[in-house]
Design a protein around this ligand. Sequence first.
Ligand SMILES: [Zn+2]
Length: 137
Amino acid sequence: MQQQHPFPIPLTRRRLLAAMAGASALPRQLRSQDRREKALLVVAHPDDEYNFAATTYRFVRELGGVADQVVITNGEGGYRYSALAESIYGISLTNESEGRAHLPAIRKQETLNAGKILGIRKHYFLDQRDWAWGAGR
Ligand SMILES: [Zn+2]
C-alpha cells in the first residue's frame, strides 16, 4: 500500500532547500523594496494621536509614508474627562468604576477609528493600567 502524501507536490530535498532559501530571502527583499519613510508613534494613552493628527495625515496620506502606533496604557484613567462621552455611549463614564470598566474598550475602538482616517498601518496596544489619577498626584 502506497503512503498518502500530505503535499500536492512531492517534497524532494531539492524543493525543500529551494523553498527555505526563498523564504529566508523574502524579508530582506521586501525591506529593500519598501523605501517609504516610516514613523513609529509612541503615545501614553489611546487618543493621544490627536496631538499630531494633521502631521500624521500629511505624512501618510499626502507624502506616502508609513506610520505605526504604540499605545502604552489602556486609558481607563480618563474617566474624569469623559462627561461629553456619557451621552454618546449612555454610560456613566465619569463614575470611576464605570469609567475604568468601559473606557479601555471605548478608547481602543476610537483609536482604531482615528487610525483608519489618518492612515496608521498597525496599532500595538500594550494595555498598561492607566492609574495615575487614582494615586492622588
Ligand atoms: Zn494622553
